[in-house]
Design a protein around this ligand. Structure first.
Ligand SMILES: NC(=O)c1ccc[n+]([C@@H]2O[C@H](COP(=O)([O-])OP(=O)(O)OC[C@H]3O[C@@H](n4cnc5c(N)ncnc54)[C@H](O)[C@@H]3O)[C@@H](O)[C@H]2O)c1
Length: 343
């Protein structure tokens, strides 16, 4: 057996539990040797629950004392740049949760620091790796609906996300950075790179600092047009949380992913319907199952790339393009005009 990759996880809060389960499932390839959180109780509890040998409250101390191959950074974005650059200084690769950082300058600094240190950097952009999205990507690459002309990618809910993530209510740049970043990333992956962005944002729920709904119109380089809409103030029955819904039209057919994850494909040879639901894992539960499972899929992609010496699909460099769409959307909403995304 080849030696396992030695990992340290930084940030043992709300979402880290999914990462911890994922690494445990990948235990043949990855050995989680340490966890770290500024809050000792959280670090200690995570280490105890997942049988991780050591815990720390300071990432620098962890990086100095442990022989790590990579760190998995599951903290909120203000700490991403200092933690990624710290890992790079120690010659350690990094996975960092989305959103990549508060500013583009921070994102570029992380990409450059890891490139200079010669270590891989991946953004944990897990929506691409949700099982339904992987299945849709296969349908599209099979050519079943022909060249894409139009798409709608929707993520709408009234679910109380503030209960688990209270910090979101204080974000001045809110849903476009939190969920828009995922959905805009999907637009790149499913439809292609983007030439022009026009966005409208709304702040609907009282008492929140930023926008909780955004509707973005994209013109893709291929000529396709897509509508990206996300809302945390969408009260529907049933509430599709946390499903990403799709309507994609091509020159020779169409594809619709509806609530409940039913996929209908109309192609040259007729119409087919199938469910894209996958069974729950021992540690996942409805309705979060698809999101939880995608964490494991993302981690598996990282391990595969690490072993093959290949750049991950969602490398820091790649994520700069997604981040550019978020920035363009904010700018468009501000100046009330279409904007070309930066490089
Ligand atoms: N990809 C997804 O589907 C998804 C879903 C939810 C959250 N997230 C992202 O995950 C990240 C974490 O979110 P969360 O809700 O778990 O946040 P959280 O606030 O619950 O947890 C973050 C933890 O990091 C710790 N921390 C902060 N700075 C640190 C530092 N310098 N060193 C060590 N520990 C530090 C905090 O003490 C806290 O316990 C966010 O960026 C969020 O956007 C992603």
């Amino acid at each position: 057996m080849t030696e396992r990759h030695r990992a340290g996880l930084i940030g043992c809060g709300f979402f880290a539990r999914n990462h911890l389960h994922g690494w445990r499932d990948l235990g043949e390839a990855v050995e989680l040797v340490a966890v770290c959180d500024l809050d000792a109780a959280k670090a200690q509890a995570a280490a105890a629950a997942f049988a991780v040998p050591r815990w720390y409250t300071d990432a620098r101390t962890m990086l100095e004392r442990e022989r790590l191959d990579f760190v998995d950074i599951v903290t909120t974005m203000p700490s991403h740049r200092p933690l990624v650059t710290l890992a790079a200084e120690h010659g350690v690769a990094a996975i960092v949760q989305k959103p990549f950082a508060p500013t583009r300058e921070d994102c570029v600094a992380m990409v450059e620091a890891c490139a200079a240190a010669g270590v891989p950097l991946m953004v944990h952009e897990n929506f691409r790796f949700q099982s339904p999205m992987l299945a849709v990507r296969e349908v599209l690459t099979s050519g079943a609906i022909g060249e894409i002309t139009w798409a709608r990618i929707a993520w709408r809910t009234g679910y109380d996300i503030y209960a688990g993530q209270p910090y979101l209510a204080k974000e001045e740049r809110f849903i476009l950075l939190d969920i828009g970043v995922h959905v805009l990333d999907l637009a790149r992956v499913l439809v292609g790179e983007v030439e022009r962005v026009h966005a409208e944002t709304q702040s609907i729920r009282p008492g929140i600092a930023g926008e909780d709904a955004a509707t973005v119109l994209l013109r893709h380089r291929s000529g396709a047009v897509s509508v990206i809409d996300c809302s945390y103030a969408s009260y529907r029955d049933p509430d599709p949380f946390p499903e990403t819904l799709l309507e994609i039209e091509g020159r020779e057919g169409s594809l619709v992913l509806s609530p409940g994850l039913e996929l209908k494909v109309r192609g040259r040879s007729g119409t087919s319907v199938r469910s894209l639901r996958t069974p729950t894992l021992p540690w996942t539960a409805e309705p979060w199952h698809v999101a939880q499972e995608s964490v494991l899929n993302t981690q598996r992609h990282w391990v595969t790339c690490l072993e093959a010496g290949r750049e991950p699909e969602t490398s820091g460099r790649d994520n700069l393009k997604t981040y550019a769409l978020v920035e363009a959307a904010y700018e468009s909403a501000r100046i009330q005009q279409a904007v070309r995304p930066g490089a």
